[in-house]
Each structure stands twice: as C-alpha cells, then as structure tokens.
Design a protein around this ligand. Structure first.
Ligand code: DGJ
Length: 727
C-alpha cells in the first residue's frame, strides 16, 4: 500500500520517499515531512514556540503556543491567524475573507485521479493510489478537497485541489494554489528558470532571503520569462549529492510560485494559477478544479531528481503514438525561406533533405491566407495558392513521393486584423469594449474561452488534416496576452477568462490530438514560451527556443533539462552566421548540440558545401543510431556552463551498457592543460571500450579520474565520446 493512515497520520510512500501529514487535536492538517523514507511518525519535529504577535485559535483557550502562524500547514488560508503567504484566498458574500479549514474526512482509492478539463499525470490502477482529504470551513460551507496521487515506482507525488461550495451563497475564489508546502528546518536555496524570447530557462540558484520571493507569469502563457518549475535544494546540494525537492506545475497559462522564508526561518512554497489574472465566482453547489503539481525529491542530488521528472513526464504525461517512439528527423523551412517561398523552393529543400536521410519536411509560417509577412493572414487557414499553386494536396503528394513525411505550421489562437476571419468575426478577438487592445507582432488574440471560436478552429484545422496526408503539426503562439475580456461572461466573472482561455485551448488540443492520433504535435510559443508539463500532455515535443545558436543553446538546453526529458526538446541545426546572434559555429558543433533533443534542420541545404552535406548525412545517421539512447537513457549534466568553460552532458543506457558523452568547449586558450571530464552513472566494476581508439577503461576510472578531451583549437568546439561496456 502506498497510502496508509494510522492515528490521524497520513503516510504517502514511494520506493524512496515519504510524505506525511497529521490531523491535530483541533482538526488542523499539519504537514510533517517530505523527504527520505523513514518508518517514523515525524511529528516529533513539530515545535510550538511562544512567538509574540502569533495569535492562537479560539479553541486553544490559554495555550499561547498553538498558533497557525508558526505551525507547518498542509493547505494555508487567509484571515484566521496565519500571516504567511496563503494557498487559498476567498471573498464571501458578506465581503469577509476568512477561511478556517478543518479536517472532515478522507478516501483512498486505487489508481490515479484525473482532473476534468485539465491535463494530469495518468497511471494504471496498479501504478498509483489516490488520497482525497476533505477540509471544511464550517461557517461558509466551503469545502477544500486535497488530492494526492502517489506513484510508487516513479517516486512521485502529485497534488491538486478541488474547491466545492456547499454553502448557501456564492463565494469568489481569489487564489486557489495547487501546492502548499511548509518546511520548518534547513538551509535552503531555490533554483528557478528565468529568461526572455530566444533565451529561455536560464537556471538561477539563490539563497532564500526573509520575505517572499516569486517566479511567475501574467502573460496568458507559462512564458519565456519564467518557467512553472522550481527546485528547492539544501545548501551544498550538487548534481550527485544532497537533498532537493522539485515541483512542476502542469499548466500552460499564467502561474505563480512563491517562496516565503518567515520570522522563524521556516520556508513555505505555494504554486498555482497566478492570482493577478484570476478570480472565480463559485456558485452554490459548484466545484473548481485547480491544475496539478508534480512533486519529487531526492537525497542524491539534482541529477537523480531530474531523472524522476524525465521519467514521469515521458511515461505518465506525454501521450499518443509518438510518446515513446522515435521521432522523424525533420527539416523546417522557416530560417531557410521565412515568408518567401513557393512550391518549387519547398520541393527543392525536401529533395535535398531526402537525399541526406532526413525524414520529414515541415512547412512553417506563410502557407495560408494572404500571409506574405507577419502583418496579415492569421486565422485564414486555407492554402495560399499564389505560393502553392497546385494546392497543399499536390505538394504533400510530391514530398511523400520523395519518401518524406509532411508536416505543417499553425498558430490557431491568433488573428491578423488583415484577414477574412477578422473581417467576418471581429467580435471573436480579445478586446475590452471602449479600449484599443495591445498589438504584438501585429496580431490580436482569439477568445479561446468562446466555444464558437474553438469550434471554428476545430473545423478548419481538421479539414486540412483530413484532406491531406499530414503527419506533424507545429502549434505556435506568438505573443503575450493582455486586455482580458470576453463577451461570453458577465461583468462579475471577467477575471475567469484567462483560466477559461486555457481550458478552451486544452479542449481543442484534446479534440484534435484525439481525432488525429497518428499526427505528431509539436508545441511552440515563439520558441519555448510555453514549455510546460501541461502542453506536453498534448504535444510530446516542444520547439525549445527560437535561438538556434549552438553556443547559447547549450545554456537553454541545460536549464530545460532539469525537469523536461530530452525527447521533448525540439532542437535544430541552422545556418551561420546564426540569425539570432550573428555567431558562427561549425556544422559539427551545431549538430552535436541539436542532437541533445528531438533533432532536425532549419536552413537552406543548397547553400552547404559538399563537405557540409556529407557532415549532415553523417549527423542524421549518428542521431538515428543513438536516438534510442538519447530518448531512453539516463541524462546526466556533467558540467555547469555558467561556472565552467564548457557544457558537457551524458546519456547512459539501461544496465549502463552504452554511454554517449557530448559537449562543447566554449573558449580556446593557449598553454593550458587539456580539459578533463568525469563521467557519472557508470558501473564502476565494469570495463568500457572507447569507440574512438578501442582503449579499455574501468567504470571506476572513468568516474573518478575521468577522460581527457583532445586538444581543442578554436571557440565553441564540440566533442563526442562513445563507450561500450565490454565486461
Ligand atoms: C515562431 C516560431 O518559434 C518559429 O519557429 C517560427 O515558426 C515562427 N514563429 C513563424 O512565424
């Protein structure tokens, strides 16, 4: 049994971890523990200090040490004496905001709960158990049901929350966070992932300061600027040692992660939908479902924690035909042609690509409506016959005849003012009456909370997919959202719209991915502006960044790898000088970096020299040879590119039989020792043969002494080392 209850204490066990809570004498649910597995009840760690200005609940009478403001709480509220950051905040019909949640009952069942309308971790009955704990605010009738999914083998706990109004009046939900976790002891640092367009998920590690720290998005998407994931590490925690906890919110809209270090040095983490762009009017009898948080922890450093997240996302979040299978190596025409292409140009690119072993031609932006630049055409999802004179069908057929699959780009959520759709349905745009909306990349946003809009998108997109042999869709989204307003809701409910937008988006994705199970959907948002576990439920890969510069990509992919499996990372070789940074790196370096992901190309192959074409063909076959290892092997970060002069990573196959080490040395220097790389995760007693020269090393030597890289001349030079276990 993964979930047991004894004397009011809940034990949620996985193979290596334990999560514990306890209902105390006042019916308050205390958080006791999340960490290494012990047999003990960890309530001996609870302390009841007498802290000035930390009041006591009324029933505690003269016990001045029982305070909601100092206890570790499982789901913190506002207005009843805990002054730290809350997990939930409501406004009752009388205008008050107190919520006094006390334990009511619990249920345990086999299998993993699902969440209506929202993506969630899925598992077989035998792989997971669900715990529901119901808390209630008696005065208002508001029920809060805490949901826990316990995935034994995966060492993962999921959490979600349902708020049910069983009172006699409506209540406004101002904040319903999915995670609340209090950690009373320890010296903690947090790692979060910040960035910007073309520089997503930069890993930043910092000590916690007293007060509240936040990582969040109010952009209507999880965003380039922050990511809905977070690590909490004990000071000194490394890739291979020390304790750390990770949390990933499975949500693609605005989010909020807050960490508070309080007056007693205790830490509280809350994570969920961003309250700045949220409120929800919960009528009597109605329920609200919060998105899910995936949690894991490790005593052996951030590397092991990443492995657990990679496993859960790959095996219990991603779905469909391509979930675990190899993805086609693709060529995308965007950086090769931008908007200037016709049938002939696309066929030429495809022909060259097919000769070099590439599997799929992806036709990016510009194939539809009057889309000759980014000022027009979005919304008109019918083929532009000036560019593709024989229509889409003929182009797809010709490309298929070359032995290549065909994929296509959509940006379904967007609309150009210069489009037939806008002329016909200006009311479908997100815009506040009496105000001019923000334009971004010249475009406006469709109201995805309006079922007429999602129905239209379903009709036009499914028509294209039904009528043509399309095997891949790139689902793009190229702006942040503001001016929230929808004609479909009354004034009092307008701030429900950002969340309803995401529900509409998910419903359309669910419908299309369900109806076209053989199509590979790749998520995109100006690169990786919506790289989150929510999107990965529908799209098993996401275009990682519009920055295709190999040097910068090593940083972006380093940050991305903390939570997201390598198979989810869309990664391409592009032309030099790089279009985003102007930097030139060799084709070998670009290939090596792009191989640490779902691989492809994005350049005009006809401009390559014969040697470069040969290298492309070598890269495609190398990638195909290692694809299984890259997707299913354990991925290790061997260096921190922010602190070292190189970025190095490693894939180790099951049973540690095969090893692929890749990386880039950034800056050359003269008169220095060669770089040494120490490997990780090998069988220390086994012997390994180096593919390059056949030399044999022990696993122990490779992990302790490491390997010397060849002498490196030049900047941003890639290396690749393959080893095979021989005994
Ligand atoms: C942004 C994407 O990230 C690019 O790859 C490309 O598809 C453009 N949009 C097209 O407009």
């Amino acid at each position: 049994m993964a979930i047991t209850v004894k004397d009011g204490v809940f034990y949620l066990e996985t193979v290596n971890t334990l999560y514990q809570m306890k209902v105390d004498a006042f019916g308050v649910l205390n958080h006791l523990w999340y960490g290494a597995k012990t047999d003990d009840c960890m309530d001996y760690l609870l302390d009841y200090p007498d802290v000035g200005f930390s009041g006591n609940i009324y029933e505690a009478e003269n016990q001045r040490t029982y305070s909601l403001n100092t206890l570790p709480l499982e789901y913190a509220t506002r207005g009843v004496g805990d002054f730290r950051v809350p997990a939930i905040s409501v406004t009752h019909a009388d205008g008050s905001n107190a919520l006094d949640l006390r334990f009511e009952d619990y249920h345990i069942r086999k299998g993993k709960y699902a969440i209506p309308g929202l993506p969630a971790v899925y598992a077989d009955e035998a792989e997971a158990e669900t715990l529901e704990i119901r808390l209630k605010d008696t005065a208002s009738g508001v029920n809060v049901i805490l949901l826990y999914g316990v995935l034994w083998d995966a060492d993962v706990i999921t959490r979600s929350v349902v708020v049910k109004n069983e009172g006699s009046a409506p209540v406004v939900l101002n904040r319903v966070h999915s995670l609340c976790m209090d950690i009373p002891y320890g010296d903690w640092e947090w790692v979060h992932f910040y960035g910007r367009h073309t520089m997503e998920r930069q890993a930043e590690r910092a000590a916690l300061i007293h007060g509240i720290q936040e990582s969040s998005s109010t952009r209507g998407a999880s965003s380039h600027q922050q990511n809905p994931t977070m690590l909490l590490c004990e000071k000194g925690c490394t890739e291979t040692t020390g304790f750390c906890i990770g949390a990933a919110l499975m949500y693609s809209g605005g989010f909020q992660t807050q960490l508070e270090k309080d007056q007693l040095d205790q830490v509280r983490v809350v994570m969920g939908i961003n309250e700045d762009t949220f409120s929800w009017l919960l009528d009597t009898g109605d329920s609200f479902y919060a998105p899910e948080v995936i949690l894991s922890c490790s005593e052996h450093g951030m590397g092991e924690l990443s492995h657990r997240f990679h496993h859960i996302i790959r095996n219990h979040v991603c779905r469909g035909k391509y979930q675990l299978s190899k993805r086609p190596v693709l060529i995308n025409n965007w950086e090769a042609t931008y908007f200037e292409f016709d049938e002939e140009k696309i066929e030429k690119i495809a022909k060259q690509a097919s000769e070099l072993g590439i599997d799929m031609m992806v036709l990016d932006d510009g194939w539809f409506g009057k889309r000759d630049s980014d000022t027009s055409g979005l919304g008109d999802w019918f083929v532009n016959e000036t560019k593709l004179q024989g229509g889409l069908g003929r182009l797809v057929e010709r490309i298929n005849r070359m032995g290549m699959k065909f994929g296509i780009w959509f940006e379904p959520e967007m609309i150009s003012e210069d489009s037939d759709l806008y002329r016909k349905h200006p009311e479908w745009v997100i815009q506040i009456p009496g105000r001019k909306p923000m334009r971004s990349r010249y475009q406006l946003v469709l109201d995805m909370s309006n079922p007429q809009v999602t129905e239209y998108l379903y009709q036009v997109m499914s028509k294209i997919l039904k009528e043509n042999h399309i095997e891949y869709v790139k689902w793009d989204m190229n702006r942040s959202i503001s001016d929230w307003y929808t004609a479909t809701l009354p004034e009092s409910r307008q701030m429900e719209m950002p969340h309803r937008y995401i529900l509409g988006l998910y419903s359309l994705l669910e419908r299309l991915t369900g109806e076209f199970p053989d199509v590979l959907f790749e998520g995109c948002c100006g690169g990786g502006g919506r790289f989150d576990a929510g999107m990965l439920y529908y799209c098993p890969q996401i275009w990682c960044s519009d920055d295709t510069d190999a040097h910068e990509r090593t940083f972006i992919q380093y940050g991305t790898s903390f939570f997201y499996p390598i198979s989810t990372v869309g990664s391409h070789v592009s032309a030099v000088p790089n279009h985003q940074t102007g930097r030139s790196t060799s084709i070998e370096t670009r290939g090596t970096v792009a191989m640490a992901g779902s691989f492809g190309y994005e350049l005009d192959l006809s401009k390559l020299s014969p040697e470069e074409k040969k290298e492309v063909s070598r890269q495609v076959s190398t990638y195909k040879k290692y694809q299984e290892l890259i997707y299913n092997g354990l991925y290790y970060r061997l260096s921190n590119p922010y602190e070292e002069n190189l970025s190095a990573w490693e894939f180790v196959a099951a049973k540690q039989t095969k090893v692929l080490v890749q990386g880039v040395v950034f800056r050359a220097a003269s008169n220095i020792l060669r770089h040494r790389i120490r490997l990780t995760g090998l069988d220390e007693k086994a012997k390994y043969r180096l593919a390059e020269d056949g030399r044999i090393y022990s696993g122990k030597a490779l992990m302790s002494g490491g390997l010397l890289l060849p002498e490196i001349k030049g900047d941003d030079i890639a290396f690749e080392i393959c080893l095979e276990k021989v005994s």
